[in-house]
Write a new protein. Sequence first.
Length: 127
Amino acid sequence: MLSMKKDDQHQPTAQQFTTIGEGTKFVGDITTDGDVSINGEFKGNISTTGALTVGKMANIQGKVQALAAKCAGKVVGTLTIEHRLELLHTALIEGDIITTLIKVEEGALVNGKIVMKQGKLSSTAAE
């Protein structure tokens, strides 16, 4: 049996990587301490203390919370990103964004409001 130090309980490892591949449809919620990559269709909520990658072919419908995110696809719902959000030129966001740092490439579309916070986001910022 593997033992885990108390300090290591929330550290992402190579085993803590969730991927929804292109051509895959997923309905449900994801809660993880690891990184998440979505390239298919996802309907539900995503909550990660790691990074989120939204691929060019991705279509996400739901609430998203992550430490950091890079988006090239479509998200319909509220994005709450603790640190940095990067929207690539193919990104389409239909909903509000709450973050502390954002980079938007020319061509990215946002249909919603962007709320910029200073410092660390509180857990109530997403509500």
